[in-house]
Design a protein around this ligand. Sequence first.
Ligand code: ATP
Length: 311
Amino acid sequence: MSLAAFPEVVHVRAPGKINVYLGVGGRHDDGYHALATVFQAVSLYEDVIARDADDFALSVVGVADPSTVPVDDRNLAMRAAKLLASATGYTGGVHLELRKSVPVAGGMGGGSADAAAALVACDALWGTGLSPNRLHELAARLGADVPFALHGGTAVGTGRGDQLNPALAHGRFDWVLVPSEEGLSTPEIYARLDTHRAENGALADDPPLSLDVPIPVLQALRAGDPHSLAACMFNDLEVPALLERPALDDVINDGLHAGALSGIVSGSGPTVAFLCETPESARYVQGELNDAGRTALHVHGPVPGARIISA
Ligand code: ATP
C-alpha cells in the first residue's frame, strides 16, 4: 500500500479587489466599523509559492521598497499559515514566497490576497483538506477582506465586510488603476473619517448611518452596464483619503478628462480606480495617463478568488 503523496511545491494565485461601493457606518466597541460594500476581484494578482519545510519562513519579491512588507509574524500570509497549522494540528512548516503585484497599502487588499493564497496553498501542501466553510472561517479570523480574496468574483460584504453574499454580475468591467508610490494606512483613514464626521456634527453615539448597498449598484452589475455603474459608484473613505492625500484629486480629474466614465478611490486608497466603457477605451485612458507621467494599469473584473495554479 502506498502513502498518499503530497506536493512539495504549491503555487496559488489570488486577486486584488476594488470596492465598487463602500458605505461606512458607526464604529463598534471592537474598533471595527460597520460596512456595506460591494467588492469586485480584478486581474491584478498576488502569487504565493509554498514549499515544504520543517520551519516557517517568508520572502517577498516584486516590491520597490522591501521595508514596506514585514517577513515575520506581522505578515498576514505568515499568520495564515500558522493559523492553519494550529487549527489542524499540523506540526511541520512552510517556506512562503510572495510575488506581489497588488500595490502595498494601496487599498486593494494585497495582504488579504496573500493570506487567502497562503491558506489555500498550505492546505494543499500539507494535505489538511479543509472544507470551503472551514477555510472561510479561518480567513475571517485573519482579516475582514480575506474571505473575499478566497471567493473572488463580485460580492456584497456586510458586518466588517466579511459576511459575503455573491452579487450577480454580467460580462466584464474594464478598469484603469493608478497606484501611488506611497501607501496609506487603513486604520489612519478610518480614524480620519471619524474625526471628519465628528467635526461635521455626527456624535459618537449617533445610530449607525443607514447601511445598505443601493439597489441601482446591484442592478448595474447585474445588467453589466458600465454607464449605470459609473453613475452610482461611491466610497465613504474617499473624503478622508483626499484629505490625507489632496493630490489624488488631480489623478481623478486626469482620468475623467481622458474619458473614464467614473473614478473612485479604491478602499482606503490611495489607488484610484477608473471605470471605462470598453477594453479599447480603457487602453486609451491608460495611454493618456501614462503619457501624463502617471503609472496606469488596465485590469478587468470580475475574476475568480484564490486558486491553485500548479501543485
Ligand atoms: P487593507 O486590506 O487593510 O485595506 P491594503 O490593501 O491597503 O490594506 P496591504 O498591502 O494589504 O494594504 O497592507 C497593509 C499593511 O499591512 C502594509 O503596510 C504592511 O505593513 C502590512 N502587511 C502585512 N502582511 C502583508 C502582506 N502580505 N503584503 C503587504 N503588506 C502586508
